[in-house]
Design a protein around this ligand. Structure first.
Ligand code: UDP
Ligand code: MG
Length: 329
């Protein structure tokens, strides 16, 4: 098992910036997005744009291919079916070659004009530049409410807070990408993982533009699924919840059993009532606490199978002597 993440730099092009763009039915946006990014980052270093076609049913992949054939610095990764936004982000990050990797949506909602400021913050030393959405132009009532609820709910249950409005518009240094890619979750939640790692990060606020073309693919079903992914990916609290609930119920149930016993001694009960109440209360309490204990073990198994590192070292003196006999990682 990985005990810690040691951040090793792999061979990346020193000045290359990779942009990862998950794209699901974005054929009308690919060209515009590509042009906008290229003009925003013109002169700031070499670029590669990785479009991850997440099983689109339109001509997204063809549009990317034709851009590539025209000589644009574009690469295509195509899924055979729709695996989802988070999976597409990871696929793009795995193939990215740059020293900095920027993830953004392929619909111009994440303003490309801010890219130079993000790159500057990174060059000034930030390892993570997290963009925080403070408003969305033309967003519907339902989208606003559901987005607020999403962050409330996730933060209520998660052990690593997620900034409200911190969508997947961010710049990650190569060190952070290397660390993120060590997480092998089947259903990853990128924002949570990046927050958990604890690298030095800077936030910048932005107002999300209206979608350039097409419609949002984030249906209510997908949003609920992402919330569950976010909560279960960030914390085992829901599993442990039944233990606390069990203990609380046990206290209430056993008090009620005591009350029934007092009733019996005072001769105020119908025959048989006290024993029925006592048995039901006892069994209920035992069952809930047992489920809680099982939950605790399942939580541990879950955390172990995720093979999460115990900690992440972001700085260590070179040649720190290892104690003799210390286990090699
Ligand atoms: N996306 C994706 N797979 C999906 C849904 C969305 O790759 O199953 C992409 C989509 O093409 C866009 C980004 O994820 O680049 C954000 O999706 P969308 O704009 O539909 O969501 P919203 O901005 O409305 O939350
Ligand atoms: Mg969008």
């Amino acid at each position: 098992m990985t005990d810690r993440i040691s951040v090793t730099r792999r061979n990346t092009a020193a000045d290359l910036i990779s942009i990862v763009l998950p794209a699901y039915n974005e054929e009308q946006n690919v060209r515009v997005v590509c042009a906008a990014i290229q003009s925003a980052l013109c002169g700031l270093g070499a670029l590669e744009l990785i479009f991850v076609d997440d099983g689109s049913s339109d001509n997204t992949a063809d549009t990317v291919r034709s851009l590539r054939d025209e000589g644009a610095p574009v690469r295509l990764i195509r899924f055979g079916r729709n695996f989802g936004h988070q999976a597409a982000l990871f696929a793009g990050m795995e193939k990215a070659q740059g020293e900095a990797v920027i993830t953004m949506d392929c619909d111009l909602q994440h303003p490309p004009e801010l890219l130079p400021r993000m790159v500057k913050a990174w060059r000034d030393g930030a390892k993570v530049v997290q963009m925080v959405r403070i408003d969305t132009v033309d967003s519907g009532f339902f989208k606003n409410i559901s987005s607020k609820l999403f962050y409330r709910f996730v933060n209520l249950l998660s052990e690593t807070p997620v900034l409200s409005g911190a969508a997947d518009y961010q710049l990650l240094d190569r060190e952070v990408v290397t660390a993120v890619l060590q997480f092998k979750d089947r259903h990853p939640f990128l924002r949570g993982i990046v927050g958990w790692l604890g690298f030095q990060s800077t936030c910048m606020e932005y107002i999300a533009a209206a979608r350039h073309a097409g419609t949002s693919a984030y249906s209510l079903r997908k949003m609920v699924r992402l919330s569950i992914q976010a909560i279960t990916g960030l914390s085992s609290k829901p599993l442990r919840f039944s233990f606390y609930l069990g203990v609380l119920t046990a206290v209430v149930a056993l008090s009620y059993a005591a009350f029934a016993l007092v009733g019996l001694l005072a001769g105020k009960t119908v025959p048989g009532w006290t024993s029925v109440i006592a048995i039901v209360a006892f069994l209920g309490a035992v069952q809930l606490v047992s489920i809680g204990i099982v939950g605790e073990y399942i939580a541990r198994i879950y955390e172990q199978t995720r093979a999460m590192p115990r900690f992440v070292v972001v700085e260590a003196d070179e040649n720190l002597p290892e104690r003799k006999g210390a286990q090699a990682q």
